[in-house]
Design a protein around this ligand. Structure first.
Ligand SMILES: NC(=O)c1ccc[n+]([C@@H]2O[C@H](COP(=O)([O-])OP(=O)(O)OC[C@H]3O[C@@H](n4cnc5c(N)ncnc54)[C@H](OP(=O)(O)O)[C@@H]3O)[C@@H](O)[C@H]2O)c1
Length: 310
């Protein structure tokens, strides 16, 4: 497929605008942008925004539909794009845990993208970098347990929250928990566990997460504690991560350094002094709008488009 017809649905949002920029950078010319009726007629990245109606999405002139709208809008609109013959790559949580829908991080389980039945789900913006770092360590020594604490940028909550942070003075005490609750966990905490288990195909891996929003514009950071089945030194883990796809080992990963880069920055890899055995600690940072969302979805599209060429 020489010039795939790509639609970005949610193209006025935090993730959608980054997707449009990345598509242009990667040389895609046949790109359309959709959003709600509120934005129809606006110009974004030189393209006129169209209203994402069921009929427009089902018209049969879209090969790949990159959805970055909220969960309820995805539930409503994705089936229409699929009905029209598009492959839908959805960044909301609507389909991530649905049986039979691949949940894909290309560096971790890219082959699964080719098993789609019209929909591929893009994982949560913390799960993507986490699994990029965990998978190679699992292959080397077997993961026994994972604990993660996140420090998540405001852009993870959308363009309006970014605008609010830009407008309002930064409150350095503004560390918060702005997700809805599922029992005594945030939904973000349970998503990280369930999605990482699905992507790595380790349904019984114990994972616990603590998610926190911090007053940073772009770039999620995560502290990660792992225990492995086999001994793995910090030096060995670092060596493995140096050759892991999508990962760049640095001394001290920060959101500032990760912003607008494609890589997951991983560093501060060391022995976990509190673990009973085989414990390591590491820190990572990743642009939540790039590899955490838009880039990951485009990479999934490229795996599927490459298959269409064979
Ligand atoms: N931000 C992140 O770091 C991140 C990372 C991974 C996944 N995600 C997921 O990606 C999705 C989008 O997130 P975001 O941060 O980009 O949100 P956002 O900045 O609030 O943007 C939402 C986009 O969806 C559009 N939209 C909303 N309702 C719609 C409807 N009924 N029909 C058509 N378009 C509609 C909006 O269009 P209007 O401008 O017309 O309102 C806007 O373009 C969410 O599901 C989110 O969970 C976000």
């Amino acid at each position: 497929m020489a010039d795939p017809r790509i639609a970005v649905i949610g193209g006025t949002g935090a993730v959608g605008t980054v997707a449009l920029r990345l598509l242009r950078k990667r040389g895609y010319d046949d790109v359309r942008v959709f959003a709600s009726a509120r934005s129809a007629g606006r110009i974004i990245e030189g393209l006129t925004v169209e209203e994402a109606t069921p009929d427009a999405l089902a018209a049969g002139d879209i090969d790949v539909a990159l959805f970055s709208v909220g969960t309820s809008a995805s539930r409503e609109l994705v089936p229409h794009a699929v009905r029209g013959g598009a492959v839908a790559i959805d960044k909301s949580s609507a389909y991530r845990l649905v049986d039979g829908v691949p949940l894909v991080v290309p560096e971790v389980n890219g082959d699964r993208a080719l098993e789609h039945d019209g929909i591929v789900a893009n994982p949560n913006c913390c799960t993507i970098p986490l699994t990029c770092a965990l998978k190679p360590l699992h292959e080397a020594a077997g993961l026994g347990r994972v604990r993660v604490s996140t420090y998540q940028a405001v852009s993870g909550a959308g363009a309006q929250r970014m605008d609010a942070l830009r407008r309002e003075p930064v409150d350095e005490h503004n560390v918060g928990v702005d997700w809805s609750w599922e029992g005594d966990e945030t939904e973000e905490e349970s998503k990280i566990r369930a999605e990482a288990q699905k992507i790595m195909e380790l349904p019984d891996l114990p994972i616990s997460a603590n998610t926190v929003r911090v007053p940073v514009l772009v770039g999620h950071a995560e502290s990660v504690w792992i225990e492995t089945e086999e001994p793995l030194s910090a030096a060995q883990a670092e060596e493995i991560l140096r050759s892991a796809p999508g990962v760049q080992v640095v001394d001290t990963p920060t959101p500032r350094d990760a912003a607008q880069t494609d890589q997951v920055l991983v560093g501060r890899i060391r022995e976990d002094r509190a673990a009973e055995r085989n414990g390591l600690v590491l820190f990572l940072a990743c642009d939540n709008l790039v590899k955490g969302a838009a880039l990951n979805a485009i990479q999934i599209a490229e795996l599927i488009l490459a298959r269409a060429l064979v």
